[in-house]
Write a protein that binds this ligand. Structure first.
Ligand code: S3P
Length: 440
């Protein structure tokens, strides 16, 4: 795996605009889940549009090392999974390397708790610092037996063979990863497992379980299922990732003269906070050709540049745009007037501390950005340019690449190799659309 600390550098010259049509890679959340559920289903699952990013390849390799025969991904994103059934996985011969991927580690914690064998899961430097108690504590109350470090970080050793029983869990934070981890453990638990969420989070796990013929009940903010059922193979068409599209929405909004259409974007209602927030800021976004593909809504998004204005971001939108804040901070830096974000402390425990790392980067470019415990205050001013440390966080790197479209000086971004975790081909796609980007 190439999630090493290779210092890939982005050099981005100022100016330009975004034009034409782009199709960004497949949705990361849906791609992970397609491998997990396809592997545990009975029968053969065909996936198209699979994201060949390193995160999803970690999930794919994990299931291969547990005896699942998986063909692909082909160059055009086709994967064929020969499911082994809920009880057909075999003990892997080695540790499972989850790379940079929190989704793999947290969702797999739930799934591995229900197996008959032990599994050790490791991660890179970033993942090894991320909090896992949010899953290990509720999983333990279902009967799981998981060892972590003293501070609750990876590596995780999941001991197999512990019988699980359902619980009713009131989630303390809005996290789709925690919800999904418990629901996946719930497949192996006796009785009902239910999770109550404090605010809606992405619901791909629920949707996909239903797609595989598994009954999942959603009752307001409470999601539940009964253990002991089975998954039946199905075909999955993965839409483009709205989280990857977000960089282009922001880029086209801030770069004068832009007119860009982003095609086949997943428009799941639990993911479109970025569109709502950009519209509140005055962005010119048209949602075109809305359709449904394999149980998920999809549309083309046309973005034309507009003068954005600063806003107080509504807290209810935070979980619905949780991965898009690095790029939204760039939008705010080119808006008229102050933008204030609150209620987003989760950003501090993503692939990097996205509040601090973005504030540092904006300051390096001459923008007044003040981090707060649960958000940020951005006072736009003269955005010059500068050198950014992305801290190996893919979304920080791509956000500052887009900022160059409207900066007055070049932007150099360090530690960009992890862009491949979610967006292989970013540099070529961005360059073709009009970003003046090269790599070193
Ligand atoms: C994800 C959920 C989100 C998101 C992550 C992917 C998922 O994390 O940040 O990139 O696929 O379930 P949380 O649920 O922890 O907020």
């Amino acid at each position: 795996m190439s999630h090493s600390s290779t210092n890939l550098q982005f050099n981005v010259q100022p100016g330009g605009s975004l034009q034409g049509k782009v199709r960004v890679p497949g949705d990361k959340s849906i791609s992970h889940r397609s491998i997990m559920l396809g592997s545990l289903a009975e029968g053969t699952t065909h996936v198209s549009g699979f994201l060949q990013g390193e995160d999803c390849l970690c999930t794919l390799n994990a299931f291969r090392s547990m005896g699942v025969s998986i063909e692909g991904p082909t160059d055009d994103g086709k994967v064929t999974i020969h499911g082994v059934g809920l009880h057909g996985l075999q003990a892997p011969a080695h540790d499972l390397d989850m790379g940079n991927s929190g989704t793999s580690m947290r969702l797999m914690s739930g799934l591995m708790s229900g197996q008959a064998f032990d599994v050790r899961m490791t991660g890179d430097a970033s993942l090894s610092k991320r909090p896992m108690k949010r899953v290990t504590v509720p999983l333990a109350s279902m009967g799981a037996n998981i060892d972590a470090t003293a501070t609750g970080t990876p590596p995780l050793l999941v001991h197999g063979g512990s019988p699980l029983h359902g619980i009713h869990y009131d989630m303390p934070m809005a996290s789709a990863q925690v919800k999904s981890s418990l629901l996946l453990a719930g497949l192996y638990a006796q009785g009902e497992t239910s999770v109550t969420e404090p605010a809606p989070t992405r619901d791909h796990t629920e949707r996909m379980l239903r797609g595989f013929g598994y009954a999942v009940k959603t009752d307001g903010n409470r999601i539940s299922l009964q253990g002991g059922g089975k998954l039946t193979a199905t075909d999955i068409d993965v839409p483009s990732d709205i989280s990857s599209a977000a960089f282009f929405m922001v880029g086209a909004s801030i770069a004068p003269g832009s007119d860009l259409t982003i095609e086949h974007v997943g428009m799941n209602p639990t993911r479109i906070g970025v569109i709502d927030i950009l519209r509140l800021m005055g962005a010119n976004l048209d949602v075109l050709n809305e359709r449904e593909v394999g149980g998920e809504p999809v549309a083309d998004i046309r973005v034309r540049s507009a003068q954005l204005h600063g806003i107080q971001i509504p807290e209810a939108l935070v979980p619905l745009a949780i991965d898009e804040f690095p790029s939204l901070f760039i939008a705010a830096a080119f808006a008229k007037g102050q933008t204030v974000l609150t209620g987003a402390e989760e950003l501090r425990v993503k692939e990097s501390d996205r509040i601090q790392v973005m504030a540092d980067g904006l300051l390096a470019c001459g923008v007044d950005a003040q981090p707060t415990p649960d958000g940020i205050i951005i006072n736009p001013g003269n955005f010059s340019g500068g050198t950014i440390d992305s801290h190996g966080d893919h979304r920080i790197a791509m956000s500052f690449a887009m900022a160059a479209l409207r900066a007055t000086q070049p932007i150099t971004i360090n530690d960009c190799a992890n862009v491949n975790t979610s967006f292989p081909g970013f540099v070529e796609l961005a360059a073709n659309a009009g970003v003046r980007i090269t790599t070193l």
